[in-house]
Design a protein around this ligand. Structure first.
Ligand SMILES: *Cc1c(COP(=O)(O)O)cnc(C)c1O
Length: 453
């Protein structure tokens, strides 16, 4: 097969994979997972025909996937890929652009600029904020934290990029008790310490209690959330930002998926005050439904972001326009902005609002159906997250396992305030009412059987 035939073959296989996804089990079968052993062969001594490579990948690999691209995967906070973003991803793979520098890819740089501008407008972030593309919200948190670290230490007369943190003057880092684990990891990577934090108690929904914030006598770094990973709850940003502003503190927002609630007029009230913060981390591969891996960092003090992350070398002649790699941890990287641009262009403001609102409505339907059947929904379903408990820990765990085995849909587990719970996160553009009813039936069947035991 020549290259053209090979690409057509790949496209055809992709199309038939997606065509069949509605009928298949969401989790791969045990047999399909066991068959993945067929990949574990010795390093090939010589070349293999590319068509054969693709055939093996499809025949052995496709059944071993999780049907994340269908409409009934409700685990973690995984979106799918809207058609325009998926198609753009295919074209961009052929382009093979290195998005690090504008001279290496003018088109990647322009599409990133445009997408960053559109997203600031959609999410209600300051127009002056600098934005950059990263792999996901973990790296977006990290990117924002190093910008915050730069700014807070520069004010204390310390050049952290030059001197490191050894001997640096300390500043306080404040998080809520329900901070996402990836933010703690980002704090660790940024040298700020995952445990060297002041942890503020959270309320029943996981919101940082703004009345329990410590008195701020010096500029601190305060990390808040738009969208708790379990409950979907939003911290009271306006109150926290007001308290922070008086002390010159830096407020960072982890809004991996929650920030996108700003797109739906019915949910926008949750976002009150978040635009007053100093930095924001979010994902595009969750609620915006673009392919992995794709996150964004925004920092209102763009100079702090640039100072924290720019890199100079003689062969990297600085251009007159923004060079993407000067604002982000990586140098060479793929052109993630292409898919984000394509998703935003294809959905438009109203399409995005409709997608966000639709997933929230589906979450409400799940919660309503589960409550009606006598099960306990543990959270206020403010966006697309539902936490449900079936009687006790043991039954809840049994239901989670039965739902995953059944294959109609996939839901994961968590522990919320000491109790085992099942998480339902409706994040895919593709989920329709029929998917919700099928899934609800499957969950209720599993719950009934587990209760009977
Ligand atoms: C998913 C998530 C993250 C981590 O995002 P990745 O894209 O997996 O790195 C951080 N914070 C919150 C609230 C999340 O939901």
């Amino acid at each position: 097969m020549d290259r053209e035939e090979l690409l057509s073959d790949a496209a055809q296989r992709a199309v038939s994979y997606l065509r069949r996804i509605r009928q298949r089990s969401v989790a791969p079968s045990e047999a399909a997972v066991a068959a993945l052993q067929r990949f574990e062969e010795p390093l090939p001594a010589g070349p293999c025909d590319a068509a054969e490579v693709l055939k093996q990948l499809d025949e052995v690999g496709s059944p071993g996937t999780v049907a994340n691209a269908g409409g009934r995967f409700f685990g973690f906070v995984n979106g799918g890929s809207v058609p325009a973003a998926l198609a753009a991803n295919v074209l961009a793979a052929a382009w093979d652009q290195n998005a690090g520098l504008r001279v290496m890819s003018p088109v990647a740089a322009v599409l990133e600029d445009v997408a960053i501008g559109w997203i600031k407008e959609l999410l209600g972030l300051p127009n002056v904020a600098a934005g950059s593309f990263v792999t996901g919200a973990t790296m977006a948190n990290m990117t924002c934290l190093v910008a915050a670290r730069h700014a807070l230490l520069a004010r204390l007369g310390w050049d952290v990029e030059a001197q490191g943190l050894f001997g640096a003057p300390p500043f306080q880092v404040i998080v809520g008790d329900e901070v996402h684990a990836s933010l703690r990891k980002a704090l660790a990577m940024a040298g700020l310490g995952r445990d060297r934090v002041i942890s503020v108690p959270a309320d029943s929904q996981g919101r940082m209690r703004s009345d329990a914030l410590p008195k701020l006598s010096a500029p601190a770094l305060i990390c808040i959330q738009a969208g708790n990973v379990n409950t979907g709850a939003f911290d009271r940003a306006h109150e926290i930002c007001t308290a922070a502003g008086a002390s010159g503190s830096w407020v960072h927002v982890d809004g991996a998926f929650g920030l996108w609630a700003a797109c739906a007029p019915e949910r926008a009230h949750l976002m009150q005050g978040f635009g007053e913060a100093n930095s924001w981390a979010t994902d595009a591969h969750k609620w915006l439904n673009v392919p992995y891996d794709c996150g964004l960092a925004f920092v209102s003090d763009g100079a702090a972001l640039y100072q924290a992350l720019n890199l100079q070398a003689a062969y990297l002649a600085p251009g007159a326009l923004r060079d993407p790699m000067q604002w982000t941890p990586e140098s060479s990287r793929r052109a993630r902005g292409v898919e984000v641009w394509a998703a935003l262009k294809s959905l438009g403001r109203s399409g995005l609002a409709e997608m966000v609102e639709r997933t929230c409505k589906h979450a409400q339907r799940f919660a309503g159906g589960l409550c009606a059947a006598g099960y306990t929904v543990l959270n206020d379903v403010v966006i697309n997250q539902v936490l449900v408990r079936f009687d006790d820990d043991e039954t809840t765990q049994a239901v989670i396992e039965a739902v995953q085995r059944d294959g109609t849909c996939w839901c994961g587990g968590t522990v919320w305030h000491g109790q085992r719970a099942m998480r339902i996160s409706v994040s895919s553009w593709l989920t329709d009412e029929e998917d919700v009813e099928w899934s609800l039936d499957a969950i209720l069947r599993a719950a009934k059987r587990s209760r009977a035991k």
